[in-house]
Write a protein that binds this ligand. Structure first.
Ligand SMILES: [Zn+2]
Length: 309
């Protein structure tokens, strides 16, 4: 799986960074792409990638500030223009109000979609597990921003071990129903009395990946909980070292606070986004070094950058 960052800026678009959006590409796992936030211009950013809009099956919204949702009406409308392709439904998860925003925008603009949107709204009283499929579980928890805002913890279920067919054949097991039994973990006895212990032919299960993708927030305990032992934590860094006071008053974090969260959570890797346009590239290098004094590995992502998880 990969994370691709479509917009890594804070508040408003700049030449270098568009407003918030990122995708989690799960093409090898489930042939789907999940989007997190959809700031204005997200569909233009998608044009610069290989992402097929109809593969985007779920959109998770962290909060209702414009720089995180104004791209939705445009994206959802364009997604339906691929008339020759199969139209697939989409699920949208987000704070109460997201349904009203999307449906009002579509209605007022006379937009009709040839696919269905399934809304899953939540508020402070209905957080926790918001999605469970056979391969993934997603949790949401409340962060500390100027309006209701959540972070997501995405947990891939452990991957089953794979059957070593060559080894099984070499042990004299004929291809057929016996193969299936061993694959299901059943021990078998061959006609000549040879015992086949299934566990010897199946690799042990591999742990699934865990990602924490947070919305805008001050430093808060919920961020640490969401990111516990995560393979990757995506955290905002709207402000730099020494800006703790102003960050707090605007409901945001500094790079240092993001690094503290990663360290306290025991995350394996930290990616910083939601970067203010006033930081130039030399400031960005300094921001990374400063954060690195608290937590490594840390990286400040750029628009369109793709990171293998
Ligand atoms: Zn915000």
């Amino acid at each position: 799986m990969q994370l691709q960052f479509l917009g890594t800026g804070a508040g408003q678009p700049s030449k270098a960074r568009n407003v918030s959006s990122l995708v989690l590409k799960l093409l090898e796992e489930i042939n789907e792409v999940w989007m997190f936030d959809c700031g204005e211009g997200t569909q233009h950013q998608i044009l610069e990638t290989t992402i097929k809009p109809r593969k985007i099956s779920r959109i998770f919204i962290t909060h209702l500030h414009g720089d995180h949702i104004f791209g939705l009406p445009g994206f959802l409308s364009s997604r339906s223009f691929q008339a020759n392709e199969e139209q697939t439904d989409i699920d949208i998860y987000g704070p109460s109000g997201i349904k009203n925003f999307v449906l009002s925008s579509l209605r007022v603009s006379g937009s009709r979609l040839p696919y269905r949107i399934h809304f899953h709204e939540f508020d402070e009283g209905s957080l926790g597990k918001i999605l469970e499929t056979d391969k993934f579980t997603v949790y949401a928890d409340k962060l500390d921003h100027t309006i209701f805002c959540v972070g997501y913890r995405i947990m891939q279920k452990d991957l089953e071990g794979t059957l070593d067919a060559d080894k099984l054949r070499a042990a004299g097991v004929p291809f057929g129903p016996l193969f299936g039994q061993v694959k299901n973990g059943q021990d078998i006895v061959l006609e000549d009395g040879t015992e086949i212990i299934a566990a010897d032919y199946i690799s042990p299960p591999r742990p699934g990946k865990t990602l924490a993708i947070l919305g805008d927030t001050r430093k808060t305990a919920a961020s640490v909980r969401l990111a516990v032992a995560a393979d990757v934590l995506v955290h905002e860094a709207t402000y730099g070292k020494g800006d703790e006071k102003i960050a707090r008053s605007h409901g945001h974090s500094t790079n240092m606070q993001a690094a503290e969260v990663a360290r306290e959570a025991g995350a394996k890797r930290l990616l910083l986004n939601h970067i203010s346009a006033r930081f130039l590239s030399k400031d960005i290098s300094q921001m990374r070094r400063d954060a690195g004094s608290i937590f490594e590995p840390v990286h400040i992502v750029k628009d369109l950058e793709e990171v293998e998880i």
